[in-house]
Write a new protein. Structure first.
Ligand code: SF4
Length: 773
């Protein structure tokens, strides 16, 4: 293996931040931290790292992070304490809350940055140890609308159903509400190479972002109207005779209703709604339909809306009508944001799901997982509240909360209200690496290990399961999240089932996932190390005597059973282990169907599996590309969604005449809890700002740098003006990485999508005022 600058003391691993999960090498250095260096063997980033990844080691330094548990003292201060005292205090409070109010008065709030093992153990802890249904995680705020729309259309949600390496080889990509130039810069090369290869890039974004600047066509719709934009494009596809009738007939259902809905959205009507002109719409359709292969990739723009599921559904409809899904170098995909945003939603920390991406309401799924957990399926709680609804219930229905790896004081919508709910709790415990704004409110704070100090797996935006390796020993006073759950479970009377060894947890996760939609049963740590990641689904297969077998968790002999049950029979391009599985042809002339063998992967309802046994690992190659032969629905067809345009939950009016949209900057990550502690990143992005058009600035009489107050129905945020022609005159933009008076999420609207329960972060009505000092 070529691992770049690897030396014997160097550990190849992956970045702690975003869903690209760039490969990097870590070398221990004095002071207990590591030096981050290039790792060229990981194909996704080929050694490239953004500033966040390059500086990630700074948060490992003892001065930058917590190294002792903290407990709230009698005078209200957080003071250092021993681990036993801190864990006793948490367990005692959880026990008292449960005794007084019942198990559902206990809440658990997880994070999309937790490893698969932690997400799995946290979901099990909530349901088995606490017995509560009240668990959800911040990934609900990230990509849940795309997950809901993907499941509705294809029967399965995996962020990207193809590897990123397909992007430069397609003919056209529409990037909707996505700005990879700032959110995951090393991925930009895929889009640059696309254009170098003769393909075209269309960017849909209300702002002329760094990504939009590189596009062949930039469409700048009014925030919250991209559903109408997609419908307008579909209308033109029909009107111009560009529907792939044979594909629609053969591989889809529901076209007539979807077609009728699109035909009601005349281009001129769509122009009035979106602000995108009819000629621009026509050009977008022409560019998208000209090549044989094309993709639509969405990110938070269309997803973080109260109609996010339908908005993504409209873009999927466009792919289906033009025969773009489930074909080589084509399809719909979601660029997930958080480091383990994909895996975080597969293993049971979501309010409605069990491990293996199973539905909590599915009796067969409950039986299977309960068997793995050694509990009565009837004792498992049902679905709980979604993330915002859970936060909104704090202090009333939910009285005590355990937070692991999340900072909702900064990242939740209507953040001042959420902060108030957190303050109203009877008891709050937070596990984090730093004293985040949420940890500052806690009764007990537990300092936990970080990426470079622990081993575990994540699943990247491609659905590629990866092994993060421990490179250094954590400092004294710090413990892993798995140790926390082990310690709490024991104190709450559950002595077994919460191992502290991540590989042991992963072995159980494999069994729990077997036969589910996200089947990891054919993956083990050894394969992950040897193969540089494996794409799920990867079911364990009957192993011949000479195949690789492993049961590293228990060392016991294994029986072979893969949890086949009622398979919906998703056919997959399994190829030969290489992700380039026989489709290396020019997308602009390609006419064939995907090659690679079809594999029944046993997705769908879970059926029986040998839940108690270890699983023999035969070398299923993993599944880089999904749906090439059939979709994961019962009939194998993709489903159109009959979606129509509707306004945002909040439209401008006389009192709040401007639209606010929020997003990210390149040098900060999510709530900024880690990256705001890195000097280099802070220097590059020291604080929030209000981006606005010169016309709006002139109306306000504001100059660049002047403090502006942005006021919504939920509160007020103040930040300096940043004037640019790269934003619509009716819209202002604020990044959301900071707390305090510039906190953008003070303003955002918690109106929820009815299906995904995603809040409407991306659009709300505000007024903008100058601030006199
Ligand atoms: Fe790569 Fe994302 Fe880490 Fe940057 S933050 S180095 S893009 S994984």
């Amino acid at each position: 293996q070529n691992t770049g600058t690897r030396t014997p003391a160097t550990t190849p691993t992956h970045c702690p931040y975003c869903a690209l999960q760039c490969g990097m090498n870590l070398t221990p250095v004095e002071g207990g931290t590591v030096e981050v260096s290039e790792r060229t063997d990981f194909p996704v980033n080929r050694g490239a790292l953004c500033g966040k990844g390059r500086t990630a080691a700074a948060v490992l330094a003892p001065g930058a992070r917590l190294t002792s548990p903290l407990v709230r003292s009698g005078d209200g201060a957080l003071v250092p304490a021993g681990w036993d005292e801190a864990l006793d205090r948490i367990a005692g409070n959880l026990e008292r809350t449960r005794a007084r109010y019942g198990a559902d008065a206990l809440g658990v709030f997880g994070g999309g940055g937790l490893t698969n093992e932690k997400a799995y153990a946290l979901g099990k802890f909530a349901r088995v140890v606490l017995g509560t249904s009240q668990i959800d995680y911040n990934g609900r705020f990230c990509m849940s609308s795309a997950a809901a729309a993907g499941t509705r259309a294809f029967g399965l949600d995996r962020g990207l159903p193809f590897p990123l390496e397909d992007v430069p080889r397609t003919g056209c990509v529409i990037l909707v509400g996505s700005n990879p130039a700032e959110t995951m810069p090393p991925s930009l090369r895929y889009f640059t190479e696309l254009r170098e290869n003769g393909g075209t890039l269309i960017v849909v974004d209300p702002r002329r972002t760094k990504t939009a600047e590189q596009a062949d066509l930039h469409l700048a719709p009014r925030p919250g109207t991209d559903l109408a934009l997609a419908l307008g494009m579909l209308h033109l596809v029909v009107a111009e005779g560009r529907v792939d009738e044979a594909y629609v007939e053969e591989r889809t259902s529901g076209w007539e209703e979807a077609r009728a809905a699109a035909m009601a959205h005349w281009p001129e009507y769509v122009e009035r709604i979106t602000g995108v002109s009819v000629p621009e719409l026509r050009e977008a359709v022409r560019l998208f339909c000209a090549p044989e292969a094309a993709m639509v990739l969405t990110a938070r723009g269309p997803e973080q809306q109260a109609k996010g599921t339908d908005t993504v559904g409209a873009w999927i409809n466009l792919c289906l009508a033009t025969g773009r899904a489930g074909r080589p170098l084509s399809g719909y995909g979601c660029l997930t944001g958080q480091g383990n945003g994909q895996g975080g939603r597969e293993h049971g920390q979501k309010a409605d799901q069990l491990p293996g991406y199973r539905k909590l309401t599915d009796p067969a799924a409950r039986r299977h997982v309960a068997e793995v957990w050694g509990v009565d399926p009837d004792a498992l709680p049902g679905p709980g509240r979604s993330a915002y609804e859970l936060l909104d219930a704090l202090g009333t229905d939910v009285r005590s909360l355990l937070v692991m790896g999340s900072n909702p004081v900064v990242s939740a919508p209507r953040a001042a209200h959420v902060e108030g709910r957190l303050r109203s709790l009877d008891f709050l415990a937070v596990c984090d690496v730093v004293l985040s704004e949420t940890a500052e409110l806690a009764d007990v704070v537990l300092p936990v290990t970080q990426w470079a100090e622990e081993t575990g797996t994540t699943t990247s935006l491609e659905g590629r399961v990866l092994l993060r390796r421990r490179a250094i020993t954590p400092p004294d006073g710090v413990r892993g999240d798995l140790e926390v759950l082990h310690g709490l479970a024991g104190r709450l009377g559950v002595e077994k089932g919460f191992p502290t060894d991540p590989e042991e947890v992963f072995e159980e996760l494999r069994r729990a996932s077997a036969g589910g939609p996200a089947d990891y049963s054919g993956i083990d740590y050894r394969r992950l190390a040897e193969e540089n990641g494996v794409f799920w689904p990867c079911p364990a297969q009957p192993a011949a005597d000479d195949t690789h077998t492993a049961d590293p968790g228990t060392g016991t002999d294994t029986r072979t059973r893969t949890g086949t049950g009622t398979a919906s029979g998703m056919s997959t391009d399994t190829g030969s282990g290489s992700t380039d599985a026989g489709i290396g042809r020019d997308p602009r002339t390609a006419t064939g169907t995907g090659s690679g063998m079809s594999t029944e992967t046993g997705s769908g309802s879970s059926g029986s599996s040998d839940a108690g046994a270890g699983l023999r690992v035969a070398p299923h190659p993993g599944t880089p590309r999904l749906f090439l032969d059939r979709f994961a629905t019962d009939d194998g067809r993709a489903r159109f969604a009959p979606v129509t345009h509707r306004p945002s939950a909040e439209e401008p009016d006389d009192e709040y005449p401007v639209l606010l949209t929020t997003g990210r900057v390149v040098s900060q990550y999510q709530s900024g809890a880690q990256t705001r502690r890195v000097a280099e990143l802070n220097a590059a992005a020291p604080g929030p700002f209000v981006e606005l058009h010169p016309r709006l600035a002139a109306r306000l009489g504001a100059a660049d740098g002047d403090p502006l107050a942005v006021v919504s129905r939920r509160g007020r945020a103040v930040a300096p003006a940043r004037i640019t022609t790269g934003i619509r005159p009716d819209t202002v933009f604020m990044p959301f990485h900071w707390p305090g008076e510039g906190r953008a999420n003070t303003l955002t609207n918690p109106a929820l999508d009815p299906t995904s329960r995603m809040p409407e972060f991306k659009v709300c009505a505000v007024r903008v005022e100058t601030v006199t000092s």
